[in-house]
Design a binder for this molecule. Structure first.
Ligand code: FES
Length: 167
């Protein structure tokens, strides 16, 4: 049985979803980042087709948009899995063992930072401070915070989520 994926594939890309965003920002100089943020909010990442359409409508060179999208870590050029794991590697989390937690995630899911599991269930991304350092080490998955992580606890969390995804 194929794992269900919520990621938007190229074949299902509906570029018309961008129209309201482009209309709202039309004629505004320096709005490229705002448009890219909204586009990522719609598609989950920034497919090249989306950049092409933004370039066409805003007259911003495609190379410039591509440069912005690849420069800022907030932007993703590849689709993300059903669950995006944002593991904090800020100072407090680092000191409290975020590296060991990251290693456990990578071993458990057989991916490295920035990659998505083959079944499309998980994407791992390390981020800077998530703003809750007293709970270090911390990760956030789908907006939920997981605190005081250990290699064991993170494995348990991921196994439970994978079971739910397979159900
Ligand atoms: S350093 Fe991880 S939450 Fe602040």
């Amino acid at each position: 049985m194929e794992a269900s994926q919520e990621t938007v594939g190229i074949d299902q890309l509906d570029l018309s979803l961008l129209d309201p965003v482009l209309k709202a920002n039309s004629g505004q100089k320096g709005s490229a980042i705002a448009i890219l943020q909204e586009a990522q909010g719609i598609y989950g990442y920034l497919p090249i087709e989306v950049l092409e359409k933004i370039s066409e409508v805003t007259q911003e060179p495609l190379a410039k948009l591509y440069g912005v999208a690849t420069f800022y870590t907030q932007f993703r050029m590849k689709p993300v899995g059903k669950h995006l794991i944002m593991l904090c590697q800020g100072t407090a989390c680092h000191v409290m063992g975020a590296d060991r937690v990251q290693q456990a995630i990578e071993d458990e899911l057989q991916i490295e930072n920035g990659e998505t599991t083959e079944d499309g269930v998980f994407t791992l991304m390390t981020v800077a401070c998530l703003g809750c350092c007293s709970l270090a080490p911390v990760m956030m998955i789908d907006g939920e915070t997981y605190a005081s992580l250990t290699p064991d606890s993170v494995r348990k969390i991921l196994r439970k989520m994978r079971k739910e995804a397979d159900a």
